[in-house]
Design a protein around this ligand. Structure first.
Ligand code: C6P
Length: 412
């Protein structure tokens, strides 16, 4: 197990004081903080290697290309993909899901088909499918969830039929932290002839995930929630599926040849190899380099250890939250089936007011509906406050959080 106090030394931002209090960062589900190793990798890239990739023959371009390709390889190993060809760099989870919707869905989905999503999805796993359904005429089918925000596997089986062509489910809910058994869901989806897309935005940073083991067809995640920079994310796809898909964006880099025929006055275009077929234009090279540094950092800690640390914190926080008499925690009360995300409200307070009051104690949390409005509707909530933990958080920080909550409860 790693020492979170030692880990903290790698994060310059954690030395800050906010409103005269040491910074307590509990908004990790929104984005994580960045260690020195990631910041240094980005700085070193710009100071020593910056050039465009896959284009020029000069030394700097070769160095940048090597780093960028190495980053794909590191991510492939991290998630247990068969090769880097299955790892497409995109802007984040949102773009990854849109890529699948447009590149796969536009060609493969038609009237009469269904796309199965759950009520706990982030809007980025709902809205692209709703937009596409208006163009193609298929139906987006919503699987209800249990009252504690977990999935009922029997209901899931019943929702499947030959009409369902793809199942799109989050691995970990960004509201409740519930961990879905996506390996089982993928098996059931496949038995029913559907593909399986896993939204890994909240799982890849926090728990060990191997795509070969899950046997999902697509996995989407964001670099910025796993110590990497913003603007870089990943779409994993099984090679045989990616190969059959049309490109998402057109432009430079994603083509092998654009040949103009003067007689027909048309261009014949052939696509580049994977994964470049899906990476049109100059990519986010330094983002890739930063993501590689983040992956190496997490590998050094060990993802089993990351999960264990967060489980310990969650269990401790859930236990101590029981002392806060006017505070209600949503989702499952059993901390063993969830990651380090805790949604709550304080009686008589709006969630944004709770977040603002906690800010005065130097504690950063998120408030609102966390881009997951259907789940809030299910919970009959207009919004919730949300604390979410990561590798650098400590029990002492949770103690300060609980003391602050108690003071806020008393202030009404
Ligand atoms: N959730 C949160 O505070 P992007 O913005 O593309 O990096 O990630 C979108 C996304 C997709 N799926 C899940 C499960 C997510 O949690 C998120 C991002 C943040 O909960 C910002 S809304």
């Amino acid at each position: 197990m790693f020492d979170p106090y030692k880990v903290r030394e790698d994060f310059p931002i954690l030395k800050r004081k906010i409103n005269n209090h040491p910074l307590i960062y509990f908004d990790n589900a929104a984005t994580s903080q960045k260690p020195r190793q990631v910041i240094d990798a980005i700085k070193e890239y710009y100071e020593q290697h910056n050039a465009n990739v896959h284009r020029a023959v000069h030394t700097l371009s070769l160095e940048a290309t090597e780093l960028y390709e190495e980053a794909h390889g590191e991510v492939a190993k991290f998630i247990g993909a068969r090769s880097m060809e299955e790892v497409v760099f995109v802007r984040g989870t949102t773009e990854a899901i849109n890529l699948v919707a447009y590149s796969w869905g536009l060609k493969s989905l038609k009237q009469g088909d269904e796309v199965l999503v759950t009520l706990m999805e982030h809007h980025s796993n709902i809205v692209p499918w709703e937009i596409l359904s208006k163009i193609k005429g298929f139906k987006v089918k919503y699987l209800d969830v249990n009252n504690d925000g977990t999935i009922n596997h029997e209901a899931f089986k019943e929702a499947l039929s030959p009409k369902v062509k793809i199942v799109c489910v989050t691995h970990v809910s960004n509201v409740t932290g519930v961990i879905n058994d996506v390996k089982l869901l993928a098996k059931i989806a496949h038995e029913n002839g559907a593909l399986m897309l896993v939204d890994g935005a909240q799982s890849i940073p926090h728990i060990p995930v191997k795509v070969k083991d899950l046997d999902c067809d697509f996995l989407a995640f964001s670099g910025h929630k796993m110590l990497g920079p913003t603007g870089i994310g990943v779409l994993y796809g099984k090679r045989e599926i990616l190969e059959k898909m049309e490109p998402f964006h057109g432009g430079g880099e994603m083509i092998r040849e654009v040949s103009f025929n003067p007689k027909t006055r048309k261009c014949t275009i052939s696509w580049n190899d994977l994964p470049w077929k899906f990476e049109a234009g100059t990519p986010n090279i330094c983002g890739g380099v930063g993501l590689m540094a983040a992956v190496k950092y997490l590998k050094t800690l060990g993802m089993e250890n990351v999960k264990a640390h967060e489980c310990t914190l969650t269990e401790y926080a859930m236990k101590r939250l029981k002392e806060c008499e006017k505070t209600t925690v949503y989702g499952p009360q059993d901390s063993t089936i969830k990651c380090g995300i805790i949604p709550f409200n304080i009686e008589g307070f709006n969630s944004h007011d709770v977040a603002l009051l906690l800010d005065s104690y130097g504690i950063m949390i998120r408030s609102g509906f966390h881009c997951a409005q259907p789940l809030h509707q299910k919970f009959k909530l207009s919004s919730s406050a949300r604390a979410s933990f990561y590798i650098y958080n400590t029990k002492e920080e949770i103690d300060s959080f609980i003391e602050a909550l108690k003071e806020i409860e008393q202030s009404l």
